[in-house]
Design a protein around this ligand. Sequence first.
Ligand SMILES: Nc1nc2c(ncn2[C@@H]2O[C@H](COP(=O)(O)O[C@H]3[C@@H](O)[C@H](n4cnc5c(=O)[nH]c(N)nc54)O[C@@H]3COP(=O)(O)O)[C@@H](O)[C@H]2O)c(=O)[nH]1
Length: 553
Amino acid sequence: MTAHPPVDDSETEHSDEHEHFHLRQKLIADDASVSARELAAGTREAVADAREVAVHQREDSVLVREDSVISREQHNNAVELHQSIIDEQLLLLRQANARLVVATIEAHELADQVQAARDQLDYTAQHDALTGLPNRILLQDRLNQAIEIARRQTRPLAVMFLDLDRFKHINDSLGHGIGDLLLQSVAHRLKGCLRHSDTVSRQGGDEFVVLLPNIEHAQDAALSAEKIIATLAPSHLLNEHEIHIGVSIGISIYPDDGGDTDTLLKSADTAMYYAKNNGRDAYKFFEQEMHARALQRHATEVDLRHALERREFILHYQPVVHLRSGKIVGFEALVRWQHPERGLLLPEEFIPIAEESGLILPLGRWVQHQACSQAQKWIMAGLAPMTVALNTSGFEFRNKDFVTSVRTMLAETGLEPRLLELELTETVLINNTESTQAVLSALVEMGVKLTIDDFGTGYSSLRYLQQYPIYALKIDQSFVSQMVSSEASKSIVHAVISLGSNLKMRAIAEGVETAEQYASLLALHCDDAQGYFFSEPVTAEAFAALLQADMSH
Ligand SMILES: Nc1nc2c(ncn2[C@@H]2O[C@H](COP(=O)(O)O[C@H]3[C@@H](O)[C@H](n4cnc5c(=O)[nH]c(N)nc54)O[C@@H]3COP(=O)(O)O)[C@@H](O)[C@H]2O)c(=O)[nH]1
């Protein structure tokens, strides 16, 4: 039996009174033979066990409490975490929402910008940048619509093709800046003088097209054309330049002159061409025969392009006679076109077309070369040296290579520069620009002589006579032809001769056809003359014969 330490009942009773009572009751009930000592020893063990159990229970309950705290804490943490995740997601959602709002605003702004850019593109595609007027594309669109309405309502409409007169000359002489300002000023006036329902468009260059969709009769278009001419007539003051510009207008009427856009525009253009050739600053209605002539003109231009290489041009020579001696002192070279189908064509039938198409430049060079080399051949053949007078179109004169090409031509042909006379019109000389001055000076320095053709028929200003080194004035044949019958014409001829004499310029009378004219010119001390009275323009062979005969007298 295990020795037990002495039992301290009081201690037992005091410390574990409760457990002890229960145990004693249990022992009494279970085994009445257990001694008090055993009971005491057992009680201690039981108490120790019970204590241990109680400790464990306390520990357990602490653990349970701790676990519950931990689990509560974990729960709290989880809740907090969950809350913070939710907060974070809410924040993200709010940020995403804010970004979405910003993106939506930006998208709207971008859409506005794209729309504005698209509108600008549409506007640019349909309007002329310089004047802001509708351009060719927009006009076509409006014309198509207007034709459709006119067709449904069986009403007429009018198309007017406008071309400014001598705009190129202003552009060339005063510069493109002034040319642009003039076009803007013209556009402004055109818009101001027409109805809102009318369309004024710029086709390009100095060409405008006006659509009159609401007319009752063709004559309404005539009234509008007159209004336009009157509106453009007052001078345009541009950068201190006072500029006058006229306009030529061609009118076509739907449905008589065309049932579609292209035909109406073409008809108006053709009529404009006639208005221009009929004195400018005027309007003309389209007529069907104009179309045939326009086709003929087009065919001439096509043929003209091949005429040089096919050697279809020839020169005729008209003698210039010294009035007092009656001797031939020179000739004027006049070009003709030996057309394979149409026969011999005079300059008026092709020179204007050559000028408009630019073909005048190679043609002019050919004339110069041919005439000067022919003159040099006659000199080399022993004939007396004589002056070679050549018509010089403004287009040739304004070409930047003009002086160089004259110099080269003289070098190639061997003709002395003093024997070359270039006939210029007053229109060319009236442009008192630095370049005109420079070209004239260069020619005179080279030794070339300058004469003024058709003198008295151009501008009334005589200022250029003292500005430029002019050699001779050619009295226009319109004065010469009437000088015997009309005192006024005779006075003009006399005045030109006196003017020339005072300014040390020779006077050459053109178009002398009769002995009376010859005698009258002689009496007025005119220097030289040319005309049918002496000889018509003739071929090189015929002219050589004239020279031979002249030498033998
Ligand atoms: N740029 C160039 N222009 C040229 C050239 N060759 C001619 N021309 C221009 O054509 C105009 C007409 O020339 P043309 O038909 O040859 O007529 C000339 C003479 O034939 C004609 N003439 C001569 N004498 C008389 C006459 O007594 N009576 C009469 N009715 N006509 C006559 O006059 C024309 C010459 O005129 P002009 O030049 O003013 O001296 C011509 O005027 C040129 O403008 C060319 O090569 N280049």
